[in-house]
Design a protein around this ligand. Sequence first.
Ligand SMILES: Cc1ncc(COP(=O)(O)O)c(C=O)c1O
Length: 389
Amino acid sequence: MTEPEQVGFATRAIHAGQDPDPSTGAIMTPVYLTSTYVQESPGKLKGYDYSRTCNPTRTALEANIAALESGAHGLCFSSGMAAINTVLNLLQSGDHVICSNDLYGGTYRICTTLYQKFGVDFTFLDMTDLAILEGAMRPETKLVMIESPSNPLLRLTDLKAVAELCKTRGILSACDNTFATPYLQQPLGMGIDITFHSTTKYLGGHSDVIGGAIVVDDPDLHTRLAHFQNTVGGTPGPLDCFLTMRGTKTLHLRMERHAANAQAIAENLESHPRVSKVHYPGLASHTQYELAQRQMRNPGGMVSFELDASVEDAKRVASSFKLFALAESLGGVESLVDHPATMTHGSIPREERIAAGFQDGLIRLSVGVEDLEDLLADLTQGIALLDRS
Ligand SMILES: Cc1ncc(COP(=O)(O)O)c(C=O)c1O
């Protein structure tokens, strides 16, 4: 393929990192199921020595995801958490980290139950307020970790502004780009140092593989992260890489449909008498609607809404849908529903959860690519349960 930077997103999605196999012409990158590689003489390699360190199927996926993020270097992992862990591996005892306060529950958990005990200090705050962020920065602050849109409240962070704040103080900035995907937003282009993903979600796109990725431009940062990738060993198997790559080929098509369905659903829910609030960056009522227009190609496929309901009633509604499957995760072609308070964000104490702004009655939808009319009908019948209680 011509250099990735010379072609459009869809062309990169389909071709980047994936030249036909030189030995057979196979158009799809083979699944290199091998742990080791025969050396011509000691130390004389054909580019590969051991599959934890590198594997040709993984190399293809890493190049593909880097190209999608318009970044220089990609690294892939066995899960999104393994990718996040690798970003946190850059820290040492005494360092301070600032994170969004409504980020994925597993990210909160790794910070508070693992890194805190090794002497890393964390502050969780509302990243929508740059003055609060700036006020929390200390001389020992080494990393600012953002999720935009955030999970589950779909709040946005002004990535350019945060990147500038961090750069002037020599603080690394990292963005979890899982919800947006590189099709909607490219953090590196806005000055962020590290972008990372749970590729389990939209990049894989078919709910059949767990994975993670990091993309950076800076070669030194890449070397440090690749060192931890190899040292810790949370790397994906070649079949997982193959499946993820099959997903990235259609990312652009899927994201258009996810967003079209999500926009219509968000508008519909906003006028529903049982729904007190809808969180979706494509609604004019979203406090950062203007930022969404500026920062994202479209507002994405995730919608959250609040029912004026107890935990128990919200759980009953979430369990009553027929098409929206009650399941953790997101970003697959099929629609999913989540009750964050008892599922994805159950590890965040209730007081912290409420303080961060998400209520017991919050429901999160991962809007799939099914027929819109069927999804709307399913939501209507599910919420109607509240009228029968
Ligand atoms: C935004 C976000 N980041 C990271 C993760 C962790 O990814 P994984 O489950 O692939 O380890 C998740 C998982 O739900 C997520 O939603």
